[in-house]
Design a protein around this ligand. Structure first.
Ligand code: ADP
Ligand code: ZN
Length: 620
């Protein structure tokens, strides 16, 4: 592997130039820039950024600018490997040291550190305190000490780790290095604890909003969960997601059900052997399997950015837990859907378990459960506002536009539906007033079904002119037109015909006011590719290429490029290096490594397309 080269450039490097040249991004995410300049100024800094907020760059960019070594302390062994793989793909030399390495690898990595061959060293806290590593680090200059998942320091946090207690000692080993503490969750108390433990002299704190706007939040009442899940999954062919269930038994059952319905799914829970768990998790990370059905045992250390949905078949334990679990969706910033399937019967079930606890533990469990029930049952206040409020974050807006509550509000308001109403009425009229609502919707949507073709309704002027609404919306409109007396329905065959009032609508003499149902409802969300006008076919080809490269290098596909990069490629279709470097996530090293392969896919694809067009022109 070619470490070293590509990372060391001229003196003109700034955080901005590195952001672009190495990582391929144009702008910083909120607070990244502030955190980076603080660290570069040598100040101890505490940064609280949400999942997907870009915490890694906060130390990776300084690591490339500062002289010496950046040490990153992380509690999660699987994440270390992932981070190092990602950095290497960007051409940044980095290694990790932990118990998962063979002795040989361990020594090789130590030598790299000793010889100044790496910019970043990831270690577990207990590793850092071994005499061997301490001796090693005495021989090099440590310029930055990063504590990832810093909330683990505090006993007040929800994830206290005893080995993190040694952080104070670790901090004292490197008095000259700036210290950066990072976490996605920390109450005031935990923050104070972190600063105290790490002996921060000043406050220097950056707290970004918890809000994750790309996550669609909804609560759906649970009835026939298996059918509900199967229906939802129809929107997610070939996309990754996590489905949480309460018990191992439910996990196994649902996973088997999904597989029997042709879905690509695997179970994950504490009842499986370590090896099975590892294997299933790896299959998910590498896009070999799309869906993981799991208990809450699953998720720690999952860095996969393109998780498009997280469904909960049962109640989570707390709002904290829930937010952490759904936080695994949409780390890449693209839309993702989070649905909590809720029934009051589940609450009773959990009460039963809670009753077996005692004392303060029982009390805490009840408090958490109540907060969750309140969330699930409050369909009057924006879900996001409720959650953020729970974490003590106030929000100035009332309508987030991306939760079930806010979207159903817009649904209820009357809007001018004259234009779609006219299309629908015209559809009825042109097809001879002899068909039902479903058939009219099929005509408007340009369906090629037997019935449409048999009656030659694909020849009608309105054929395919109604794609702005979904079939469900057209059916809903039909019911409203019927209720408002613009159309009538024969009792025998349920065929529709216009009333005199309906004719007035067609003549533009009256306007139709009605309700547009669930316009933004996630059931009808466009695939993420469509939202930016990317070519789906090309996207699939690029994905195949990515998988091929990733498998050959034995790394997860997202380490090669995240989905967002492929979507941009499929939209802009860059055909040379100059165009390619403008794409999100394409830095200089990745361009050198992977650019050609992807450009080739695009060029071939365009050639085929042109040939096909020519074929059409020449009638072949
Ligand atoms: P966190 O650790 O805070 O959850 P990550 O560091 O994993 O977040 O970053 C989340 C995603 O956002 C990654 O895919 C990362 O490459 C991307 N990212 C980070 N910074 C930027 C930026 N400035 N512009 C665009 N994407 C970014
Ligand atoms: Zn909302």
């Amino acid at each position: 592997m070619n470490l070293g080269k590509g990372a060391i450039m001229g003196d003109m490097r700034t955080p901005e130039t590195i952001l672009k040249s190495t990582f391929g991004y144009d702008t910083f995410l909120p607070y990244q820039q502030e955190v980076i300049s603080n660290v570069l100024a040598g100040r101890d800094t505490l940064a609280i950024l949400p999942t997907g907020g870009g915490k890694s760059l906060c130390y990776q960019i300084p690591a490339l600018l500062l002289e010496g070594l950046a040490v990153v302390v992380s509690p999660l062994i699987s994440l270390m490997k992932d981070q190092v793989e990602q950095l290497r793909a960007y051409g940044v030399p980095a290694v990790f040291l932990n118990s998962s390495l063979s002795l040989e690898e361990y020594h090789a990595n130590m030598r790299m550190v000793q010889n100044g061959k790496v910019r970043l060293l990831y270690v577990a806290p207990e590793t850092l305190l071994t005499p061997r590593i301490q001796a090693l680090l005495q021989t090099v200059k440590v310029s930055l000490l990063t504590i990832d998942e810093a909330h683990c320091i505090s006993e007040w946090g929800h994830d206290f780790r005893p080995e993190y207690r040694q952080m104070a000692e670790v901090r004292r080993l490197f008095p000259q290095a700036a210290c950066l503490a990072l976490t996605a969750t920390a109450t005031d108390r935990v923050r104070a604890d972190i600063r105290h433990t790490l002996d921060f002299s000043s406050k220097n704190e950056f707290v970004a909003s918890f809000d994750r706007r790309n996550l669609y939040l909804a609560v759906v009442s649970k009835n026939g969960i298996q059918r509900q899940i199967l229906e939802k999954l129809q929107d997610y062919r070939d996309q990754s997601g996590i489905i949480y269930c309460f018990s191992r038994r439910q996990v196994d059952k649902l996973a088997a059900d999904l597989i029997s319905h042709g879905h690509s799914a695997l179970p994950y829970h504490a009842g499986l052997s370590d090896m099975e768990r590892r294997r299933n998790q790896d299959a998910f990370i590498r896009d070999d399997v799309q869906i993981i059905v799991a208990t809450v045992a699953f998720g720690m250390g999952i860095n996969k950015p393109n998780v498009r949905f997280v469904f909960h078949c049962d109640l989570p334990k707390s709002i904290e837990g829930y937010y952490q679990e759904i936080g695994r969706a949409g780390r890449d910033g693209l839309p993702a859907e989070c649905i909590l399937f809720y029934s009051y019967a589940d609450v009773a079930k959990i009460h039963y378990f809670i009753d077996q606890k005692e004392g303060s533990e029982k009390q805490t469990a009840i408090t958490h459960l109540n907060a969750l029930v309140q969330y699930a049952e409050n369909a009057a206040v924006c879900r996001r506002k409720q959650i953020l409020g729970y974490f003590g974050e106030s929000s100035e807006w009332n309508d987030c536009g991306n939760c079930d509550v806010c979207l159903s509000k817009t649904v209820e308001t009357l809007t001018d539906l004259t234009v779609p109403a006219q299309k629908f009425l015209l559809g009825i009229h042109r097809s001879g007033e002899r068909f039902g609502a479903g058939h009219i919707a099929d005509i408007l949507l340009g369906s090629k079904n037997q019935k449409v073709l048999r009656w030659q309704h694909d020849q009608l002027s309105v054929y395919g002119k109604g794609e702005e609404l979904t079939r469900k919306q057209w059916m809903h409109l039909a019911r409203q037109l019927l209720a408002m007396g613009y159309i009538q329905q024969s009792s025998e065959y349920r065929t529709l015909s216009l009333t005199p009032r309906g004719v007035e609508v067609l003549r533009n003499e009256v306007r139709v006011m009605g309700v547009l149902q669930e316009a933004g409802s996630p059931e009808k969300r466009a695939a993420v590719t469509q939202s930016v006008g990317a070519d789906q076919q090309l996207f699939n080809l690029l994905r195949q290429k990515r998988k091929e490269i990733a498998d050959a290098q034995n790394i997860p596909p997202y380490v090669v490029f995240p989905d967002k990069t492929l979507i941009e490629m499929a939209a802009h279709q860059p055909q040379n290096a100059a165009e390619m470097i403008g794409i999100y996530g394409v830095g200089e090293v990745k361009l050198r490594r992977y650019g050609k392969a992807f450009i080739q896919v695009i060029v071939n694809y365009r050639r085929l397309q042109q040939d096909a067009d020519q074929g059409v022109l020449h009638g072949t």
